[in-house]
Ligand binder design. Structure first.
Ligand code: MG
Length: 155
């Protein structure tokens, strides 16, 4: 059996006047993540982890920001497309982990909803962790969020 692990990472600025969407779930917040797409950094990091595991590149290369057709695109759709490409290569998804590093807003109440929504998209289990920024750097000062993810696949 061929077993692979991939790692993904993403960071986006947190600004007023933008929706905050994590794993396709809309979070009630005065601040949202800024970016070319809906800036759903959890979906982006997981998509990159999956593509990395399968050796298929990364979302920046597959869905370039310079391509206007991706302007405001739902990142869940990009994640679904990545799952499709990985499984088309004969890979099965076995487990995904993700750490969302954020100071604000309070994400705890959304944990179960986000995790089960992403699990449904992936068709495999995942462990979602929220981690505070402890007042350090841009995340700790509430100016950004970052996310790390791993994906395990096999065939
Ligand atoms: Mg991103």
């Amino acid at each position: 059996m061929d077993v692979r692990t991939g790692i993904g990472f993403d960071v986006h600025p947190l600004v007023p006047g933008r929706m905050l969407i994590l794993g396709g779930v809309t979070i009630e917040s005065d601040l949202g993540l800024d970016g070319h797409s809906d800036a759903d950094l959890l979906s982006h990091a997981i998509a990159d982890a999956l593509l990395a595991a399968a050796g298929l590149g990364d979302i920046g290369r597959l869905f370039p920001a310079s391509d206007e057709s991706y302007l405001g695109v739902s990142s869940v759709e990009l994640l679904k497309e990545c799952v499709k490409r990985v499984t088309q290569e004969g890979w099965n998804l076995s487990w995904v982990t993700a750490v969302v590093n954020a100071e604000v807003p309070k994400l705890g109440p959304y944990h179960g909803q986000i995790q089960s929504h992403v699990e449904k998209l992936l068709g495999c289990g995942m462990n979602l962790t929220f981690k505070h920024g402890e007042g350090l750097d841009a995340v700790g000062r509430g100016m950004a969020m970052r996310c790390y993810a791993t994906a395990n696949i096999y065939k």
